[in-house]
Ligand binder design. Structure first.
Ligand code: SAH
Ligand code: DHB
Ligand code: MG
Length: 224
């Protein structure tokens, strides 16, 4: 099994069942033209996020890690007309590109991009926002455990939390790893194992983005 094969199967899947359009393509093209890293979710992963948010019946979504807003478009499209999505981004330049991409996708009314370190913007949300139904955690990996804590404070029983990049080419299972991202994911997993009020699993994935995976967490009851 090779990266080449994973990519060609992803390509086949995307051609077969993942419809793209001008707004999604332009979001990727403009992110690339702006010199931003090409680390957005793959199209079939973006569609999965949208499907999960729809299945959840989400009306309020929180995203941590906007980049150019590619995943944000998939999530925003899963919302009802009166829905709301808040997405948190550290880099002002990323946020600026994302806002344009979201505007072009017709989501400017639904999505708000908040700029700053997420650990500074998340506490503001606790004061100003009702609970979120769905959270997508996809920013700096070393802080995933803190983002889980905040997500639990900002959600309700029944909410769903998805966390990207939690397998890291398999390095997550290496207890000797000193990689801050791996340590972040391992600390997240330890936290999860201590929590009695969530139900969670992780699925390994291969595809155009290599070998990685995502975690799916359901909030069962209020945090104590
Ligand atoms: N969700 C996007 C990809 C996000 S890439 C998509 O799939 O399309 C990760 C993003 O998180 C980058 O834009 C990076 O600037 C941002 N980021 C990194 N550290 C952060 C922090 N402390 N707070 C908020 N955003 C952060
Ligand atoms: C990176 C970040 C991501 O969110 C991702 O999906 C892939 C790679 C990165 O920081 O390299
Ligand atoms: Mg990611």
């Amino acid at each position: 099994m090779s990266q080449e094969q994973w990519s060609s199967v992803d390509e086949y899947i995307c051609v077969s069942m993942v419809e793209s359009d001008a707004a999604l393509e332009a979001a990727l093209a403009d992110s690339k033209a702006a010199g931003m890293p090409l680390i957005n979710v793959a199209p079939n992963q973006g569609k999965l996020l949208g499907l999960l948010a729809s299945i959840q019946g989400a009306q309020r979504i929180l995203e941590i890690g906007t980049l150019g807003g590619y995943s944000t478009i998939w999530l925003g499209r899963a919302l009802p007309v009166a829905g709301r999505l808040i997405t948190l981004e550290l880099e002002p330049h990323h946020a600026e590109v994302a806002r344009k991409n979201l505007e072009r996708a017709g989501l400017a009314q639904v999505v708000e991009v908040k700029v700053g370190p997420a650990l500074e913007t998340l506490p503001q949300l606790e004061r100003s926002e009702p609970p979120f139904d769905f959270v997508f955690i996809d920013a700096d990996k070393a802080n995933i455990p803190e983002y889980l804590d905040w997500s639990l404070r900002l959600t309700r029983p029944g909410s769903v939390i998805v966390v990207d990049n939690v397998v890291r080419k398999g390095a997550v299972a290496d207890p000797t790893s000193a990689d801050p991202s791996v340590l972040g994911v391992r600390r997240f997993n330890e936290k999860l194992s201590q929590l009695r009020n969530v139900s969670a699993t992780t699925i390994q994935t291969v595809g155009s983005k290599g070998y990685d995976g995502f975690a799916l967490v359901r909030v069962l009851s209020p945090s104590s």
